[in-house]
Write a protein that binds this ligand. Sequence first.
Ligand code: AKB
Length: 316
Amino acid sequence: MKSRILIIGACGQIGTELTAALRKRFGTDKVVASDIREGDEAMMAGGHFELLDATDYNAVEDVIFSYKVDTVYLMAAMLSAIAEKFPSKAWDLNMNSLFHVLNLAKEGKVRKVFWPSSIAVFGETTPSTNTPQTTVMEPSTVYGISKQTGERWCEYYHNKYGIDVRSIRYPGLISYTTEPGGGTTDYAVDIYHRALKHGEYRCFLQEGTTLPMMYMDDAIRATIGIMDADPADVKIRSSYNLAGVSYAPEEVVESIQKHLPDFKIAYEPDFRQAIADSWPQSIDDSMAQKDWGWSHEFDLDAITEIMLNNLKSRYA
Ligand code: AKB
């Protein structure tokens, strides 16, 4: 019987923690981690691992077939800042990988799919505070355009072919295990590393840039939560708004200074400022709360405490 879970993009920021959580929950034999590159020791030694290019349909199909995969979490993607540098590569990766998995589901080779969207689907014309689930969406980044398009395809495949695809719009994610790569919200992770290593941080976003953020444990809980939900309760098949906390760089500084009073920040905004300015400041996630019981746990001070405590030993 097909019963295994495949994670594509298992070595990325979300994939790493999602793999650990799913291995813990379902047992190592039930989970197949895969990525285009090898992961750290815990990833490689902790269970099944396959080198896999998410844009190679045949390779993805082979892994699904040989491991008897039933459910796919497609986490491979090029994030907002890096995608601006490689637009066509980003489009290929973000879109082709999704089509491959949706088509494999359409052919009956996979039963259930998770695909991550992002707050990047919104743009300058979107109401920026308490952004509703359904609203104006005119993303201005390659990443945002790919995520918005992906949402439309997910809904289309669900409506037209009955595919059980589920998705959430992640805000910026904060974690200490694996660093993010190529996002606009990455400052909110880098800042903790720099605070411990150098006592100061040069921030590529300016003061007052409020963005929606979330601690990784909340994001993993949301991901598993929507996948656990009864299919009838997952009423939105494009992607759900998801909220944690919203804050600006100076609020992270204040939170860090409660532990490291001498910590300093300098603001040197770059091209990522325009991306951040086009995104919402806060998100209304009442649909996720209502449909599948979502609620976040971690606030900024709790995140800061966890980040500093866990990174401390690395920079001691
Ligand atoms: C990024 O900054 O690109 C990502 C995102 C918000 O999807 N963290």
